[in-house]
Design a protein around this ligand. Structure first.
Ligand code: IMP
Ligand code: MG
Length: 183
């Protein structure tokens, strides 16, 4: 791993703050219409989805509830290990609730598939998935998100919550990581 600085490590800006904010508003409008009167529980998948989650929750015009889960599916590199581990589970019982899992990005789909199956085993009223980014890859599992911000090409991206080995999470935009960092 060769972290240098933002100027050399970020190849290009994929989405600006303004582009993200505009899409978040559109998604919130859609979700507010779809979940009106259902008191949905928005579940944030820590830590990557944190900025997206905070932004979309505060744009919702219908009543929602919030809870957090932390999972680990990656070691300190840019490849999936295929192992999903629960680090922090939900605080609340979701039986009979309308649950929306809020993720930062889908790569293989393994993390979201795992969480969907886990939550479905707890007898909720429904489980739907919302991801900010969906990566177009060849190693995709069957799962497709119910709501998606943007589809992106198969690059490793950072910023707006997304990290590389905990670096660059707090960039206000989403950028493509220079492969020299992880090659
Ligand atoms: P999946 O289980 O293969 O779908 O991987 C999903 C998880 O991997 C996400 O929640 C992210 O934490 C992480 N991830 C996948 N691709 C990227 C990326 O391009 N940048 C940062 N994190 C990523
Ligand atoms: Mg991550």
């Amino acid at each position: 791993m060769k972290i240098n600085n933002e100027k050399t490590d970020i190849l290009s800006v994929l989405f600006t703050e303004e582009q993200i904010a505009a899409r978040v508003q559109e998604l919130a409008d859609q979700l507010s219409a779809d979940y009106a009167g259902k008191d949905p529980l928005f579940v944030c998948v820590l830590k990557g989805a944190s900025f997206f989650y905070a932004d979309i929750c505060r744009k919702m015009s219908t009543r929602i509830f919030m809870d957090f889960i932390a999972v680990s599916s990656y070691a300190n590199n840019s490849k999936s290990t295929g192992v999903v581990r629960i680090i922090k589970d939900l605080d609340k019982n979701i039986t009979g609730r309308h649950v929306i899992i809020v993720e930062d990005i889908i790569d293989s789909g393994l993390t979201l598939q795992y969480l969907t199956d886990l939550f479905n085993s707890r007898k909720p009223a429904s489980v739907k998935t919302l991801t900010l980014l969906d990566k177009i890859t060849e190693h995709k599992l069957v799962i497709a998100p119910n709501y998606c911000g943007f589809e992106i090409p198969d690059h490793f991206v950072v910023g707006y919550g997304l990290d590389y080995s905990d670096y660059y999470r707090n960039l206000p935009y989403i950028g493509v990581l220079n492969p020299t960092v992880y090659q």
